[in-house]
Write a protein that binds this ligand. Structure first.
Ligand SMILES: [Zn+2]
Length: 78
């Protein structure tokens, strides 16, 4: 699937804004609020969407886990 570059950039901006709103002081686990979080690469279909693993509760989450956008499988700009 071809993704137009403009859409990709817009999506990166969207996720950047979401991350800053959610985690102004750095990424925290939505399950246990631990700040000890390791990056786990990116979503395969949405490269702007970062994935993480919590070292506190050993659970995985991503930029949208626990937000109104969770389960959203379209690019955010759609
Ligand atoms: Zn956790």
């Amino acid at each position: 699937m071809m993704i137009p570059l403009q859409n990709l950039l817009d999506d990166h901006k969207c996720y950047e804004v979401i991350r800053q709103l959610r985690w102004p002081d750095g990424v925290r686990c939505p399950h246990c609020s631990a700040a000890a979080v390791t990056k786990q690469g990116r979503d395969t279909t949405q490269p702007a969407r970062r994935k993480y693993r919590c070292q506190g509760c050993d659970r995985y989450f991503d930029d949208l886990t626990g937000t109104v956008f969770a389960g959203h499988h379209q690019p955010l700009s759609v």
